[in-house]
Design a protein around this ligand. Structure first.
Ligand SMILES: N[C@@H](CCC(=O)N[C@@H](CS)C(=O)NCC(=O)O)C(=O)O
Length: 274
């Protein structure tokens, strides 16, 4: 029996759901409403001490961290394989997991926050806002959150995010030139593709993706192909509500001018980012 503690438009949950779909698995979903702070409930913290989603429970055993969950699913349910057999190809696949975990996840959080959730936090009372800040266990994450709340797209953390995506899409372009696509590592989809899909999707739905990919036709072709994959649809795009789509479409374009300006600055060297 598989249970997934899950929340609608969460990028980490989307990775896991696409993997579950690709494996043809059924699961029971338990919603953890992040906007109601349900991730900090004492019982949930016993399963996931960081107070984040997703958590997968398989036959009573909890597994946390979306990258590890996807690998666990591949090892436990080997067909169809989503991790290459060849050790070198496997490291190439894991480079994408690492890129997502090291940079793109934090990046999408800052970009989404500056575009959408900041607005939602502005409508909270001061007491609610302080509780939200206090609840974030990781102090570095709290600092990022506060900075983006205060400075929006002009927070240095958003600039780091924009720079991380510039490096990420450039690297994808180079990789696809080498492997020939249509998937990251060539003919077959792997966890490299699944790891990336939610991040491309979020930026696309915010109306921002082509700020990076506009001049990268190979990346555009990868994304067009990914969107037609049935497991992308059933694990991600079909599960986003009309309200969520409309929130992304409404707020994303408000930061587009700044994003374009920052990307241009990074490309011509007038802006330095770590
Ligand atoms: N590295 C973790 C990150 C999990 C994570 O931060 N999830 C977000 C949703 S995508 C979350 O639960 N946030 C709750 C919060 O910010 O309080 C993973 O990949 O599972």
């Amino acid at each position: 029996m598989i249970t997934l503690y899950d929340f609608g438009n969460s990028v980490c949950c989307q990775k896991v759901r696409i993997t579950l779909r690709a494996k043809g698995l059924e699961w029971q979903a338990i919603r953890v409403d992040l906007f109601k702070s349900e991730q900090y409930d004492a019982n949930y913290l016993k399963l996931n001490p960081k107070g984040v989603v997703p958590t997968l429970v398989h036959d009573g055993k909890p597994v946390i961290e979306s990258t590890l969950i996807c690998e666990y699913l591949d090892e436990t349910f080997p067909d169809p394989p989503l991790i290459p057999k060849d050790p070198w190809q496997r490291t190439r696949m894991r480079l994408w997991s690492k890129m997502v975990d090291d940079a793109l996840f934090e990046g999408v959080t800052e970009i989404s926050f500056s575009a959408m959730f900041r607005e939602r936090m502005r409508n909270m009372t001061e007491a609610q806002r302080q509780t939200r800040f206090r609840n974030i266990g990781d102090p570095r994450r709290r600092d990022r959150f506060k900075s983006t709340y205060e400075h929006g797209v002009r927070s240095p953390f958003v600039l780091h995010a924009i720079a991380a995506y510039e490096r990420g899409w450039k690297f994808l372009d180079e990789t696809l030139a080498e492997t020939g696509g249509p998937w990251v590592l060539g003919a077959q989809p792997t966890l490299a593709d699944i790891n990336l899909m939610p991040f491309a999707a979020r930026l696309d739905y915010l109306g921002l993706l082509d700020a990076w990919t506009g001049a990268r036709p190979r990346v555009q072709a990868w994304w067009a192909n990914a969107q037609t994959w049935p497991h992308f649809k059933t694990g991600l795009s079909d599960l986003i509500s009309e309200h969520e789509y409309s929130e992304m479409r409404t707020h994303g374009p408000k930061i587009r001018g700044d994003v374009d300006e920052l990307i241009a600055g990074l490309r011509d060297g007038s802006i330095m980012a770590a």
